[in-house]
Write a protein that binds this ligand. Sequence first.
Ligand code: WT7
Length: 411
Amino acid sequence: ILLSGVSEECEPEWCDSEDPLFILYTSGSTGKPKGVLHTIGGYMLYVATTFKLVFDYHPEDVYWCTADIGWITGHSYITYGPLANGATSVLFEGLPTYPDVSRMWEIVDKYQVTKFYTAPTAIRLLMKYGSEPVQKYKRDSLKVLGTVGEPINPEAWQWYYSVVGEKRCPVVDTFWQTETGGHVLTPLPAATPMKPGSATFPFFGVVPAILNESGEELEGPSEGYLVFKQPWPGVMRTVFGNHQRFETTYFEQFPGYYVTGDGCCRDKDGYYWITGRIDDMLNVSGHLLSTAEVESALVEHEAVVEAAVVSRPHPVKGESLYCFVTLTEGVSFSRTLEAQLKKQVREKIGAIATPDFIQNAPGLPKTRSGKIMRRVLRKIARNERDLGDVSTLADSSVIELLFQNHCCGAM
Ligand code: WT7
């Protein structure tokens, strides 16, 4: 009865290009999450274009992004970008380790996936089971491998490139943020010579700069704050309900620039290397250290699958390194291993970087997009129980476990 009275035509609703498209919440470094607002025209144009060029999309491709659709990677590169290109996609709801650790490669073969996009945390997780579960499947359909979400340590990059892609597939290490809407620093596959661990160069229309503490632009090889000098179509338009917060968070520290919150290094060839969040920098006895650098040294040890390093206040050194390590299947935590890991970091980076604390972490607190919540780890390192807002956490049961394993050692 209801159907008979309804027209068969449904007129589209015409929208302004600057009308809101969606709001996604992202954690602020302090306290309340921010509602990142994207608009229709610019965002869709940007994700459609980056999807097409960064994954070298062709109509015969079968594309698979393993992200959760409810977060920005799933919005930009499962939903809007691929659909705007009419791409054939695999949508997957499940775990890379269930029913077994070959799950991803089984799906790649089953659907003949050509372009595959995942996160370093997933790569490191699978890496700990070795190459055999990967080699059970052919993967000969694969053409481009992508990564996103955090700096990829060169060891994981090499494994992804050599074992998963058999050195046939370019790896696109795409740097971007919920706020940027789409890729902002990224290689173009087969066109950009790769360097493992570098997101290489800006996408078209993106103009990065590296600033020092006083906001001066640095030229040539340098390290400092990564900022962008001009807007691109996909940049967020406001913090929902709080435009003031948008301005103070992104544009106040260095007037005239969009501040990413990330530290960055530019090498002699002009490649950009994200060194981790600026708020993940720490100062040990007057030396600036990037937590990512220490994490990379830790995960190079065969017993370590994943590491997260945070700062813990130290009466003499100012700050000290508190390291959480997740061990390879079958390896157990011991004093000997702890000593080995300290030695390893000391040898790779220098005496100043010698970790003060190493804690066994069977799991790490992560957001649903797979990012380690260092803010929570900083609290655990200090044995402070007021964790603040943990609503973006994927699994909160790891928290209690980490408090139990806390290294109570004197500061
Ligand atoms: C932060 C943004 C972008 C979608 C998923 C996360 C880090 C992201 C990379 C990369 C080094 C990266 C940055 C950035 N990040 N991609 N390829 N190399 N760092 O979105 O939750 O908004 O996080 O993730 O620190 O600021 P998000």
